[in-house]
Design a protein around this ligand. Structure first.
Ligand code: NOJ
Length: 601
């Protein structure tokens, strides 16, 4: 289990506790978003509101120079594919110069391109060609930390009196024999002193790294090679805002903000609470409330928003957020929506089991408890095992993947996909420790095999290396599934997962109910079938979505008069499993794991 899963699980537990103390909500009545404070909006909806975002892990998308690692020219080469899929924007994980300890999330220069991926001219060409196809490009912005090879850190660590010393978080530690010092801290003793508290890195071990040159510890939420910047220092803020301006001036559509909840730490350095037991790294399990989600973050989000808003074209801030609950998620949008436009809603995508009532409740919450803001749903990314494996039962995996795609693309959310999700790529973890690339997998082996499994090369066709590269060896092996699971074969198969995604994306683009209609839960006591209505905002046909979450045939009777639906039949827009072209709303028969998306009037 990766630390990401750990965080999602902790968040989930907290949410369950909060809910068990709260009065039960029912979903039987049509629920209106009215009465909520809808974010003020004038003029046409900005492009990102119901957009489909596609995450590209550049190392693994397409290699054009035969070194076994994907590159920018590879992405440009595959733009036609992205256009045919119908996505509105792509987010590129970091492509800046980096020692690649954390595969780019350790940046040593924020205003250049790592030669591994190409040149600035290659990026300019990608931006221009993507624009010609109406696909926007978002950069990944890593604000919490730099690489330890970044000139700022090299200066900072050079002496205690260096002007950049305070750009990072340095500390003297405490005497090893102080009464409050724990056994965990003692493991890190140097010259009779230990780290100032029990804080742990998300990537294992103490979050404090001893620096012998100046005999102090520095703080790192992630690897020791990723020292945290000191966001209480105004010079740090200005420097990072200038980095953002550099990329905005180049024409990027915005940023995905990495690890944004970890910008600040408790200034009093108070210990984290112990939760009992040990984690995958063998360290004590701890809460993270002193290192994560501190209120100071919101001021930075407001300032960042001002930076992006000072450029034309509705630039957007997407936030990596593993919030504990919907209330915390709401706080990321900020008062009057002055912070992030799209913090990721990992509440829905990481339920990790096909539980109708959980999905119903979380989709309901996203629709009704976010003050009218648009949620950004996501099931997959480069840090977690693929949804195919998290939700699949080993027998009906493709049908289940179609259910997840349907939720992602028919709810009133913006949607974030991850390359390969649309063809059903499976998590393929390394078989031996020696094969592991992600340091997290080396540290956590065998309990935590790291994140290589979800980062394997894109499977384009059934030729050598799945059409990803001509290299002898690719940076991660191509999973054996590529012979049957690949873009080319799925493009030719009408019932493929890829065509399911394409159809849903096209439907969503052209159907105003699916684009922006209110999301109303219907048949809301059913424990087996998840159903909702997307109400047409302009009075035209609405869309009913129904999904059988079980391996048994189910029958549903819809009563939609209260929702203004007069007709007794529905016209199918998309279905699988043989639901049929037209259905009687009073008796809809749904085969195992079947999906129905149908127009109702
Ligand atoms: C979140 C990124 O998604 C992950 O890949 C990275 O390791 C950490 N942040 C640290 O930057």
């Amino acid at each position: 289990m990766s630390p990401y899963s750990r965080r999602v699980i902790l968040a989930g537990l907290a949410f369950v506790l909060i809910l068990s103390a709260a009065p039960l909500r029912t979903f039987s009545a049509p629920v209106s978003a009215q009465g909520h404070q809808i974010a003020a909006q004038t003029g046409p909806a900005p492009w990102w509101q119901h957009a489909v975002f596609y995450e590209i892990y550049p190392r693994s998308f397409q290699d054009t120079n035969g070194d076994g690692v994907g590159d920018l020219n590879g992405i440009t080469e595959r733009l036609g594919y992205l256009e045919s899929l119908g996505v509105n924007a792509m987010w590129l994980t970091p492509i800046y110069p980096s020692p690649q300890v954390d595969f780019g999330y350790d940046i040593s220069n924020y205003e250049a391109i790592d030669p591994l991926y190409g040149t600035m001219a290659d990026l300019d060409r990608l931006l221009a060609e993507a624009k010609a196809r109406h696909i926007r490009v978002l950069m990944d912005m890593v604000l919490n930390h730099t690489s330890d090879q970044h000139p700022w850190f090299i200066e900072s660590r050079s002496s205690r009196s260096n002007p950049k010393r305070d750009w990072y978080v340095w500390n003297n530690g405490v005497p090893a024999d102080a009464p409050v010092v724990t056994a965990f801290q003692k493991k890190y003793e140097h010259d009779g002193r230990v780290p100032p508290n029990n804080w742990e890195s998300l990537f294992g071990g103490s979050a404090w790294q001893w620096d012998s040159q100046t005999a102090q510890w520095y703080y790192h939420m992630f690897y020791p090679q990723q020292p945290d910047l000191n966001w209480r220092n105004p010079q740090v803020r200005q420097a990072m805002y200038n980095v953002c301006r550099f990329w905005l001036s180049k024409g990027v559509a915005g940023f995905r903000l990495d690890a944004i909840e970890t910008l600040f730490e408790d200034p009093q350095l108070r210990d984290e609470k112990l939760l009992g037991g040990v984690n995958a790294f063998g360290d004590p399990r701890e809460s993270d409330s002193r290192q994560n989600d501190l209120p100071e973050m919101h001021e930075v989000l407001r300032q960042l928003r001002q930076v992006v808003d000072s450029y034309p074209g509705d630039r957007v801030l997407v936030g990596e957020a593993y919030t504990r609950n919907t209330q915390d998620l709401l706080s990321m949008y900020g008062l009057h929506g002055r912070q992030l436009q799209l913090p990721m809603d990992t509440q829905v995508g990481f339920i990790n089991k096909l539980d109708v009532s959980e999905f119903r409740r979380k989709i309901f919450d996203a629709e009704n408890l976010l003050d009218g803001h648009v949620p950004l749903f996501v099931f997959d990314n480069h840090d977690n095992p693929r949804s195919w494996n998290r939700y699949g039962d080993g027998k009906h995996d493709e049908a289940i993947a179609k259910i997840l795609a349907t939720i992602l693309l028919t709810t009133r959310s913006a949607a974030l996909m991850y390359y390969g999700e649309e063809i059903g790529m499976v998590t393929t973890p390394p078989k031996t420790r020696a094969e592991v690339q992600d340091p997290l997998g080396k540290l956590g082996w065998p309990k935590d095999k790291g994140r290589d499994g979800e980062r394997t090369p894109m499977q384009w066709d059934s030729t050598r290396n799945a059409g990803f590269s001509t290299a002898e060896r690719t940076w991660l092996p191509v999973p054996p599934s590529f012979r049957t699971v690949n873009v080319e074969s799925e493009e030719h198969s009408p019932d493929s997962l890829l065509n399911w995604y394409k159809t849903l994306i096209a439907l969503r683009r052209h159907n105003s109910a699916l684009d922006s209609g209110e999301n109303i839960m219907v048949d809301s006591k059913d424990p087996n079938v998840l159903s909702y209505l997307r109400k047409n905002p302009a009075g035209g046909p609405s869309v009913l979505v129904a999904m059988n979450f079980t391996a048994k045939p189910r029958s549903v009777s819809y009563h939609l008069k209260a929702q203004g639906i007069q007709s007794a039949t529905a016209k199918t827009l998309l279905e699988n499993g043989g639901v049929g072209k037209s259905v009687e709303l009073r008796r809809v028969a749904l085969p195992p794991f079947a999906v129905l998306v149908a127009e109702v009037q």
